[in-house]
Design a protein around this ligand. Structure first.
Ligand code: GDP
Ligand code: IMO
Ligand code: MG
Length: 424
């Protein structure tokens, strides 16, 4: 297996966690390359059900090195909670590593996220309130602390003093309680004690893995439609979930990625605000939510649901340079007699676009154009090969693949590890 980026092809929650868990059975290294504990990557296997937030989804294979890459923002408190929950379930953490260069997300970033969302009044972004935006803002402003700073106390305290000067001014303006420096210092000392041995320069690890031709998976968070540059700005996250950022955030050479797998749900969902053209407000949307269990893995918020968006997948496939798709949650459509697929967006002036993504203000005004397909009305959850799928299900997936312009490599028909198969 060459170096493979596994990325979300829609608005997030496509099932990246379950795909990585499956692929990681054969992987030597899994690296999370961006995002923070805003992620909720659900994995169900012999260790039970886990919603992973920061820990790469390859953690269940003890042979796989799992690295939290430099492109991530790491909340050490939340990471420690996650580690405790996995340890309790009997999962070995002996191969879990954190890049010295990853940013550290501290409690004041969460405070700022909440204060900033409140200050936006009605014009919210609908963030997960995990402090992601403020942590990446500090990174770009060069006011962030990095995980490696924990290993050098003198340097850490200098960086902390520097950060708090601006942080406390911002908090004051937004009407919050200023951060106490001493409690922050004590917190960092605790993080150093508990995480220190796992914080390493990961480049020698990735260089050696590359040299030996090992199987490396790069795990994305969220999806292209919430990418900081290419998503529905400003209703986006503050990093780049697209594959182009994967080598930068993982610490690999630009040309190292040979395979880009786009994870895509057989229909569409989104959590948070912003344009979502295929959103259904009727009984069918409600039915997708209920059957698909579409409630956020991190915040529990009900997800907005709609039919498959062919314009979004076409855009995502091109922008990511996808070499293949992993179609998930096919089984959720098992009971639907008629299925719709959005094949174009009608703009305000009446023209229909299908191979470009209108920017946010225009996207808010588009009307989706649908085609209909017959549902297969049969249980697919037991299928373990392409040939076992009902003909109408194969026709549906083939249509999605055509709209993407990319072949289908995997199909998932249930949340459990074994409920998926490779398409030969
Ligand atoms: P991620 O953030 O991309 O990893 O996706 P989430 O874990 O947030 O959301 C995907 C949800 O769908 C989780 O509850 C998974 O357990 C579930 N899931 C994943 N694949 C399938 C599938 O093929 N069928 C069904 N029914 N559920 C799935
Ligand atoms: P996974 O990795 C779905 C959404 C939020 C909001 C926007 C910005 O599980 O797919 P943020 O907290 O990042 O500043 O919020 O992005 N969002 C997600 N939506 N799945 C996620 O992660 C998400 N992470 C953030 O709802 O609209
Ligand atoms: Mg998720």
């Amino acid at each position: 297996m060459p170096v493979t980026a596994v990325v979300g092809a829609q608005w997030g929650d496509e099932g990246k966690g379950r795909i990585i868990d499956w692929l990681a059975q054969e992987a030597d290294v899994v690296i999370r390359f961006q995002g923070g504990d805003n992620a909720g990557h659900t994995v169900i296997n012999e260790y039970g059900k886990h919603a992973l937030h920061l820990i790469p989804s390859g953690i269940f294979n003890p042979r796989t090195a799992n690295i939290i890459g430099s492109g991530c923002v790491v909340n050490p408190g939340s990471l420690l909670d996650e580690m405790a929950s996995l340890t309790k379930a009997g999962v070995s953490l002996s191969n879990l590593w954190i890049s010295t260069r990853a940013q550290m997300l501290l409690p004041y970033h969460r405070t700022l996220d909440v204060l900033e969302e409140t200050a936006r009044g009605k014009e919210t972004i609908g963030t997960t309130k995990r402090g992601i935006g403020p942590a990446y803002a500090d990174k770009a402003a060069r006011a962030g602390l990095r995980m490696g700073d924990l290993l050098d106390e003198e340097w850490l305290l200098k960086r902390l003093d520097n950060a708090l000067q601006t942080v406390n001014r911002k908090i004051e303006i937004l009407g919050g309680e200023p951060v106490d420096r001493d409690s922050m210092e004590a917190l960092c000392a605790d993080y150093r004690y508990r995480l220190g041995p796992r914080i390493v320069d990961t480049v020698p690890m990735t260089r050696s893995a590359m040299k030996q031709g090992q199987a490396i998976l790069l795990e994305g968070q969220l999806g292209v439609m919430r990418d900081l540059d290419w998503g529905i700005y400003p209703y986006v996250t503050s990093s780049n979930p697209t594959a182009s950022y994967a080598p930068a955030g993982a610490g690999l050479p630009a040309g190292s990625i040979k395979r880009v797998l786009g994870v895509v749900k057989a229909y569409s969902t989104a959590v948070g605000d912003g344009p979502f053209p295929v959103e259904l407000y009727d009984e069918e949307g409600e039915r997708l939510r209920e059957v698909g269990g579409e409630f956020g893995a991190t915040t529990g918020r009900p997800r907005r649901c709609g039919w498959f968006d062919g314009v979004a997948i076409n855009y995502a496939a091109w922008l990511n340079g996808m070499t293949g798709l992993a179609v998930t949650k096919l089984d959720v459509l098992d009971g639907f007699e008629r299925l719709k697929i959005c094949t174009g967006y009608r703009l305000e002036d009446g023209t229909v676009v299908s191979d470009s993504m209108p920017d946010t203000p225009a996207l808010m005004k588009v009307t989706p154009v649908y085609e209909e397909m017959a549902g297969w009305c049969a249980d697919t959850s037991h299928c373990r090969a392409w040939s076992e799928l009902p003909a109408k299900a194969r026709a549906y997936i083939t249509r999605l693949s055509k709209l993407a312009g990319v072949r289908v490599d995997y199909v998932s028909v249930g949340a459990e590890r074994e409920q998926m198969f490779a398409v030969e």
